[in-house]
Design a protein around this ligand. Structure first.
Ligand code: PEP
Ligand code: MN
Length: 343
């Protein structure tokens, strides 16, 4: 950490900062400049709260030199983390595609769409049993019944399932019935939920909040790793910007940024960003080209009848076409499409 002093800071101001740092067991080294003094703070094992120094007289700015996260970083672990869900692995050479409806609506609907996306090459089934809806009057999900349906469909198809835990009150049930627990965009900064996710015994799919910076996303993941669970897949799903031609702006630039800083795998959800089936394919292809480890795509057999997010759902035949494109694209960007084979 670097503490930059005001031009008019007096020696007593500098001494006060140095004393405070030393009292906290840190090393403080003043670096006098031609106009102002900066003080280098070193020797800290964890993160030092900038606020401890910001309010002191004569302090202009506190600059953090090292990252506030540790366990998720490549400095801590250089090699890519592989996240296993059943016999599927994220973060290796193979791309992984998760597909299914936004919400579990019935056993028949879920089973039928699951068989179709599986035949097209999706390896993990998605479907919300607990839905975090913007309006309290919208369909909120079948809840426990939805979890039971997912478990039955897994039995029938052999597909592992991922479904969302919207609160600490339901995460144990979600973990019991599913193979991977999703933490949604709205809950990315629900810290008690993140801690529970770290202890739930399942791999986690952590979606980026629509207003989170990369640092905030990585800090959210850090909460999970800090509880002993390093099986975390990050998911970019679009952020809020001024553009009004999409539901959210898919931030492709986060793909190489995460790759550089973190060992965790990252997939892209083009559906929630597109908000329109016509845009899902182009966004999905671009995500693979930019280096994503996989995709999560919403698919519904009758989008017009869907109880949630029908406006962006691909029909199974559209999803099948997208999967053919992804299979062709994978080797171009050095990825294997082996696990995406039609079955
Ligand atoms: C979802 O995956 O259905 C969902 C609600 O996504 P998000 O949390 O990204 O809005
Ligand atoms: Mn949805």
């Amino acid at each position: 950490m670097l503490i930059v002093m005001n031009m008019n800071a007096v020696p007593a101001d500098i001494e006060r900062v140095v004393e405070k740092a030393r009292a906290a067991g840190l090393k403080a080294t003043p670096i006098p400049g031609s106009q102002r003094t900066a003080i280098a703070i070193t020797g800290n094992l964890g993160m030092v709260e900038p606020a401890r120094f910001e309010a002191l007289p004569g302090v202009l700015e506190v600059i953090q030199v090292s990252h506030p996260y540790k366990l998720v970083s490549r400095e801590f672990k250089a090699e890519d983390t592989r996240v296993r869900v059943g016999d599927v692995e994220f973060g290796g050479s193979s791309l992984v595609v998760i597909a299914g409806p936004c919400a579990v609506e019935s056993y028949e609907q879920t089973l039928s769409v699951a068989k179709k996306v599986q035949a097209s090459g999706a390896r993990i089934l998605r479907g919300g049993a607990y839905k975090p809806r913007s309006s309290p009057y919208s369909f909120q999900g079948l809840e426990l019944e939805g979890l039971e349906i997912l478990a039955r469909v897994r039995e029938e198809t052999g597909m592992p399932v991922v479904t969302e835990a919207i609160g600490t009150d339901v995460i144990d049930a979600v973990a019991e019935f599913s193979d991977m627990v999703q933490i949604g965009a709205r809950n990315m900064q629900n810290y008690p939920l993140l801690r529970r996710a770290g202890k739930c015994g399942r791999p986690i799919l952590l979606k980026r909040s629509f207003s989170a910076s990369l640092t905030e996303l990585l800090l959210a993941a850090e909460y999970i790793l800090d509880q002993g669970n390093d099986q975390v897949v990050l998911c970019e799903r679009g952020i809020r910007t001024f553009v009004d031609h999409n539901r959210a702006t898919l931030d492709f630039s986060i793909i190489p940024a995460v790759e550089k800083i973190s060992h965790l795998p990252l997939i892209v959800d083009p559906s929630h960003a597109a908000g329109d089936p016509a845009k899902v394919g182009p966004l999905a292809r671009a995500a693979i080209a930019a280096g994503a480890d996989g995709l999560m795509v919403e698919v519904h057999e009758q989008p017009a009848e869907a109880l949630s997010d029908g406006r962006q759902a691909l029909r199974p035949e559209e999803f099948d076409r997208l999967m053919s494109e992804v299979r062709r694209l994978a080797p171009v960007v050095g990825r294997s499409s082996e696990v995406l084979a039609r079955s």
